[in-house]
Structures are given as C-alpha cells and as structure tokens.
Design a protein around this ligand. Structure first.
Ligand code: ACO
Length: 427
C-alpha cells in the first residue's frame, strides 16, 4: 500500500518537497515535518502550537469536535461513573484497569507512601502565612527531588513506578500542609486507615491532632457523598493529553531533569488563570458579579473587544462543542444538589451566566462553552474547600497524568530535547 504523504511547492523557486503523513489510531494524522528546515531552510511557524503535535502518545485521546475524552481508550464518562480515582491512576500507569487484588495493593502502597519526611516541615515554615498554596506546593515538590534522588533508571519498571506512586501519594499531603501553613494551623500527617480522598479531606479539615472539628451537632464527619464528589473531580482532572502544564513537564523531562522538578514546573504552569487557575477565578468572578441582576453587564463586558474581561470557565483550545468533563460535573452537580446543599447565591449567578452564554451569538459563534473549571468551583465550595485550594486540587488529580506522560516521554526512542526555533524580527 502506498504510504500517505503531503507535497509542498515552494513558489519562490518551484522546488517541491514530500513529507510523510504518520497515521494516528484515532484523531488527525500528522505530517512529519522533522526535516523541513534541513530540506527548505524554513521553520514551521505555530505560536501557541495550535496545529502542532509535539509527540506520539498512547495515554489520552480527545476529540474536540465531538466532545470526547478517553484515558487508555476508556471514555471519561465510564471512568467517572464506574471507577474510582485510584483505579484511574492504575489505568493510566499500567494501560489497564486493576483487578481487586491489584487495586488493594496499589491503595495500600499509596497509603504507606503518603506521609511527608520530617525534614520537609521546615520548608513550609519559610513561607509567609499569606503565601498562595500553589507557590508552596511547587517549592515543596522541588524539595522532594532532593529527598528522593534515585529512581531515574528507565530500564527498571519497578523503580520508576515506585517514583510515580510516591509523588501521587504525597501530593495530597503536600497540598494540605501548604494550606494549613497558610492558615497558621499545625500540619497533620495522613491517617493510614483512610482512603486517598477521605485522607485529603481530613488533612485539610481536621482540628490539630487529626480529629474533625466540633460542629454544633457534635463531631463533623466527612460524608460519603463528599468523598464521591471529590474523587470524581480527581478522576476528571487525571490527564488531558498535551495541555500547557503537561507540555511543560515533558519539556523539562527532555533536559534530563529529575521527574519531581518537571512536575514542580507543571504546577507553576497550571497556576495561571488561562489554565488550572481558572477554577479559583470562576468563583472570584461570581463573587465579584455579586447578584443575578448584574450578570448582563458582565456578559456585555466579556463581549467588548476593547475590554480584556473574559468569562472565566468558558472556552477551550480543543473542545469546540462541549467539554465532556464539564458535562459529567454538571450531572453530578444536579444529582448532589440536595445532598450537598448546592442552592447557593453563587450557583444562581452561575446558572444565569450559563443560560445567557449558551444562547448568545458571541459565545455560540466562537464555540465558547462552559469548561470543567466552571463547575468544579461550585462543587468544591459546597465541600467547604476554600478558593485558594481549588488549583491545588487540580494538581492532586493531574499528578498521575504528568508522571505517566513523563514516563512515556522517557521511554519514547523519538524523544529529543525540546528546543524550538523562532522567526527573528529584531534589529
Ligand atoms: N470570555 C470571552 N471571550 C472569550 C473567552 C472567554 N472566556 N475565551 C475566548 N474568548 C474569545 C476571544 O476573545 C476570541 O475572540 P475574537 O475571535 O473576537 O478575538 C475568541 O474567543 C478565541 O479566543 P482565543 O483566546 O483565541 O482562544 P484560545 O484557544 O487561545 O484560548 C482559553 C482558550 C485560554 C481557554 C480561553 O478561552 C480563555 O481564556 N478562557 C477563560 C479561562 C479559562 O476558563 N481557562 C480554563 C481552560 S480549561 C483548563 O485549562 C482546565
């Protein structure tokens, strides 16, 4: 069978060049332009990488037009409904779902690895009380690289999986430490008797010493419905192919740096409000709008080309129909409305924005639909999680994706140092 290719004609000199088209198992095929510069003396120009595939990957598939997202071939809707976050982590790392024994062993291993080295405590103390937990989180993950310097042998699967399990297990503890430090309350180590997600909720909510706060009705417990909601949020964030922060992780991996340093860089990239930081900005924006009556004025601002105001939680580079993660969360939000007491003023404002934007020509013609961040904030607020912890929660969920992508990069014989070129327009 004839191989697919694409031929370019350079109309400056009439030369033609043929480039192979590499087939994808799903989604667009890619043109292999690796010799473009050598052949033509030209660089490919694509700021923002809107048409660039930076690697071959078998982890996550997105069809932006259909609103489809799959991890290792399994639709996100199935994972969110029928599987836990830990099963999803196992799937991403091992290319298949675990059986009952494997899941139990994986869960136990993560519980054992969740504590933080005592030597790390003083690092948190160095940050001012009002430090954003994302700053502390990124620094603490960098510090982790100096506590665990081994596990870089890519021929030893057990070793690099241990490295991966450790960072997945410790991330909720680091995030909880960062948060508790920002409040000036003593940090608590994880409880080995609690599941991944329940442990995290306990570590951020518990009274010093590990007991839950005493509420008006006695001990406040963590409800099963809360664990389920947060676990689903972790699953929905677990991976998202070559997004901005994952690209940063892969680029840092390409220089040979320690995997935890690559992840710390991913955390920094995720913090921005065009990316993961949007979940915090959504709630801040809803609070700023203040009431349903003010929504129209803000929609007007979002549409004004001379105003840089954007509706946070709307739009996506890849999804041009709907964000399937947002749909799962919207369904979850409706299901849990009563149980989580979601009938808040903020939710009314959000519902009004959603209704207008979904019918307004400005948003419809630009394919600007609510993304995952639009819904996470509402649910996390109902779980009594403060705004500055929304993006750290994204980090906890995404850690498995970053580390799986790091491993895939290291195992790929075509990986090279990431070193793009430029179109020079200076003097
Ligand atoms: N509100 C108002 N207008 C918007 C919005 C928005 N949220 N998003 C895009 N637009 C407009 C732009 O002004 C532009 O209009 P124009 O064609 O008239 O100039 C058009 O839609 C295309 O926008 P781009 O910025 O070119 O789209 P891009 O794909 O580069 O950006 C992004 C995607 C960053 C997500 C953008 O939609 C945005 O800033 N959204 C708000 C922040 C947000 O929710 N981020 C979370 C993304 S999901 C995630 O990372 C987990």
């Amino acid at each position: 069978m004839q191989k697919k290719s694409i031929t370019l004609t350079d109309n400056r000199n009439g030369n033609t060049y043929t480039y192979p088209v590499l087939e994808a198992t799903r989604g667009p095929d890619v043109v292999d332009f690796r010799t473009l510069f050598k052949d033509t003396g030209l660089f490919a120009y694509d700021p923002g990488y809107t048409s660039t595939a930076s690697c071959s990957s078998a982890i996550t598939f997105i069809d932006g037009a259909k609103g489809e997202l799959r991890y290792r071939g399994i639709p996100i809707e199935t994972l969110a409904k029928e599987h836990s976050y830990l099963e999803t982590c196992f799937l991403l790392l091992n290319e298949r779902l675990p059986n009952a024994d494997e899941l139990q062993n994986f869960d136990l291993e993560l519980r054992h690895r969740a504590f933080l080295h005592e030597g790390l405590r003083s690092l948190f103390a160095a940050f001012p009380d009002n430090a954003h937990p994302m700053a502390t989180l990124s620094a603490a993950v960098t510090a982790l690289a100096s506590f665990y310097q081994e596990h870089l042998d890519m021929n030893n699967k057990a070793e690099y999986h241990e490295m991966a399990h450790r960072i997945i297990a410790k991330m909720p503890t680091i995030a909880a430490f960062a948060y508790r430090h920002s409040l000036g309350i003593p940090c608590i180590q994880p409880d080995i008797d609690l599941s991944f997600t329940e442990n995290f909720l306990t570590m951020i909510r518990a009274y010093p010493g590990g007991k839950m706060h005493l509420g008006p009705h006695g001990h406040e417990t963590i409800r099963e419905v809360e664990v389920r909601a947060l676990d689903t949020i972790f699953t929905l964030h677990a991976d998202h192919e070559q997004n901005a922060s994952t690209t940063v992780v892969r680029n840092v991996a390409s220089t040979g740096a320690h995997p935890y340093v690559a992840i710390a860089s991913g955390i920094a990239a995720l913090w921005g409000r065009a990316h993961g930081g949007a979940n915090e900005s959504v709630i801040a924006q809803l609070e700023m709008i203040g009431s349903v009556e003010n929504v129209d004025a803000f929609i007007k601002r979002a549409k004004d080309p001379d105003d840089d105001f954007r509706l946070m939680g709307f739009g996506h580079r890849v999804y041009k129909n709907f964000d399937p993660r947002a749909q799962v969360l919207k369904t979850l939000q409706d299901e849990l409305k009563e149980e989580l007491g979601l009938n808040s003023r903020l939710m009314e404002i959000a519902a009004k924005i959603e209704e207008i934007a979904l019918n307004d020509d400005y948003f419809v013609s630009r394919h600007l639909y609510p993304n995952i961040d639009f819904y996470t904030g509402i649910i996390l607020t109902a779980l009594k999680i403060p705004k500055n912890m929304f993006t750290p929660i994204f980090v906890i969920g995404r850690t498995v994706g970053w580390i799986t992508q790091w491993i895939e990069f290291k195992k790929d014989p075509e990986s090279k140092i990431a070193r793009p070129r430029q179109r020079y327009i200076g003097d």
